[in-house]
Design a protein around this ligand. Structure first.
Ligand code: HSE
Length: 306
């Protein structure tokens, strides 16, 4: 498809002997990051390791070594995206991060590549699959802790599920969506958020009795240059589009004067959904035509030059 044959040269792991669902070929796994950084046959690296450090240092060293990057690390991007974007610019290497936002739903690609800059004025959506799964299961009678344990066992939750239920994961995604939609510098600190950790089965049942469903909703708007981004628990009327999003699915609505509205929906969490986005970005870079997603995090250029 890309005209390029991708070969997996190395995979960095913590523990070589950990049982894995696939048999890695001999020599594939390494615990030594330098083996990847210093291998001239590696031109493209996918980061799915999470965390802030040493991940940021690794990404910077990879850029300096001339590698192109794909990352799923939304917390790192939402906190330090602008400085990572600057490092990518200095190194003249792309970083793409579709996998950091909403699993298999191609919302980063839509904002960066399918719509013209500054076309979007508002973003509204359900962007955390685990919280949506938990709220959906609570509608079926489960307690929050049991529903969250299920979300963890199904691979939807973050390594620290507190990031999901506190709204921090959704806030990071909304910061990234706002930054790339509006071409402005928006980081995690700019996002007001609430989570679902205090929601009880009784709250969910009371909402249902009133014809409503509780959903964790992200909202970002650019009103005459004023950017507001928040994540809130909302009681939505049952017939509302976002109220009908169930399980680990995500749904994002983009609004803009020129095109009206556009909606994207799909599986927002889980290993294979995230891997779909990682592979798509790897292929886009391999094809040689890919734009770098992080340039939109850096300086808000298109708002400066309308
Ligand atoms: N923990 C995240 C979620 C994974 O539940 O949406 C996908 O980013």
């Amino acid at each position: 498809v890309t005209g390029v044959r991708l070969r997996v040269r190395r995979a960095l792991v913590r523990d070589l002997s950990k049982p894995r669902s696939f048999p890695p070929r001999p020599g594939l796994l390494t615990t030594d990051f330098a083996e990847i950084r210093d291998d001239p046959s590696v031109s493209l690296v996918a980061d799915v390791m999470g965390g802030l450090l040493p991940t940021e240092r690794y990404l910077r060293e990879l850029l300096a070594a001339g590698k192109k990057l794909v990352t799923a690390n939304k917390q790192l991007l939402a906190l330090h995206g602008p400085r990572l974007a600057e490092a990518a610019e200095v190194a003249r290497q792309p970083i793409r991060f579709e996998a950091a936002v909403c699993g298999a739903v191609p919302v980063v690609r839509t904002l960066c590549e399918a719509l013209p800059p500054a076309a979007v004025g508002r973003v509204v959506g359900i962007v955390n699959g685990s919280c949506n799964y938990v709220l959906t299961r609570m509608e079926e009678g489960l307690e929050l802790a049991d529903a969250l344990a299920e979300a963890q066992s199904l691979g939807y939750a973050e390594a620290d599920p507190g990031e999901d239920v506190s709204g921090a994961d959704a806030a990071a995604k909304m910061a990234l969506l706002a930054a790339i939609a509006f071409g402005r510098r928006v980081t995690l600190e700019d996002v007001e958020r609430t989570g679902i950790e205090h929601v009880t089965r009784r709250d969910v049942a009371a909402a249902r009795a009133a014809g409503k469903r509780l959903r964790l909703v992200g909202k970002a708007a650019d009103v005459d240059g004023e950017i507001a981004v928040r994540v809130t628990l909302e009681a939505l009327p049952e017939e509302a589009a976002l109220a009908r999003v169930s399980g680990p699915r995500n749904e994002i609505h983009l609004y803009g004067g020129a095109f009206g509205s556009l909606a994207l929906a799909g599986l927002g969490a889980g290993g294979s959904a995230t891997a779909t986005a990682v592979v798509a970005d790897l292929m886009a870079i391999a094809a040689g035509t890919a734009v770098s997603h992080v340039t939109r995090l850096a300086l808000g250029r298109f708002q400066d030059h309308p």
